[in-house]
Design a binder for this molecule. Sequence first.
Ligand SMILES: O=C(O)CCC(=O)C(=O)O
Ligand SMILES: [Fe+2]
Length: 365
Amino acid sequence: MKPLQALGLRGARAAELVALGNRFPKQLPCRTFNIRHINKMATESTMAGESRKPAVPLQEVVPRDGSRDDVKVLPNDPDTLRLRVKSIANITPEEQQEFVFMMNRYGAAVLVQEEFDDGLQAYKTLDRWFGRCIPHDAMNEHGIVEINPAKPTSINTANPKKEHLPHTDDAYTDSPSAFLTLQCRQSAPSGGGESVLVSGADLVTALSNEELRTLMQPGMVSMGRRPAGDGSWMKVSSIPLFWVDKSSGWLQVRWRCNDGCLGDVAEEVKPSYEQMDAVARKEVHQLVVPLVPGEVLVMDNRAVAHGRRPYESDEPRVMWRKNYVGNGELAAQLTSGTCAAFSSMFDGLHSMFDPSSWDPSKIKL
Ligand SMILES: O=C(O)CCC(=O)C(=O)O
Ligand SMILES: [Fe+2]
């Protein structure tokens, strides 16, 4: 890790970051490629005789070095995400405050409680915090989708030997959940099956502002839901990969690696999509989070992508997933999204996409 001074951080800010520990990002090996890719784009637009400003790499705008407080970036150590509480159902106001802090800083947190119980108690708190649940065709009467290879819900959960590549949930809908919770009920006995998290900020910073502008249009990338049974394309969405939430002004992310549920990718965004896909698959960008039974991983579904590592197919592993709109008690304290889109670099990126009023018939694929 670089000394703080080398990163231009001093005084109180540096002390805060030291106290937090593990906040500093890994060095990004794709930087050279990014710059080359972006320079190429800038040259191409000049050659085309356009008087547009050259493309600006978004890693300059959305730094991952802690200098912008609003950018949610995952830590390097999964233990930094762990919040130990006596009881999730009876969480204290102090624990709640700490949870809010972690979610706004990292975009994720793992609630760890002292005793393993029937698992349902935790939803007293989660439902109160996050509000209405996002319905799923495979959910039970509690709004929980059980992820279990013995009764798989999708082509990805059906195959433990294959990693479940990073994605944001509900990317096949026109209104993806703001928050997602994954409760571990049974972990794979011989290891593997850990959760894998990727910061949305790493996807954004793989792009230039011009690329982001294009990806903020609907119809660029379609993603589907493919149930395990027949692998049919049950639902498909082609809302933008990035949009700015109207009320908060924060940049929202929707993502799927090319995992069998990716539909069409428009020709003009193929290089950008592939660049982000490569980022999401690279270990250096992934935070591996092993979960033990009873632990609840909570994520901002518009700031962090998640997946799962492979594990042995004959082994049991059970996770409970419940996703939320984000209109609960914490709505005023948690802002979903990767970062505030206030920089002048975002000027002109006026995709003020509103998933609740989205009419897919308006676009043609
Ligand atoms: O198996 C897991 O841990 C994750 C499953 C998942 O992400 C999903 O079903 O959307
Ligand atoms: Fe998921």
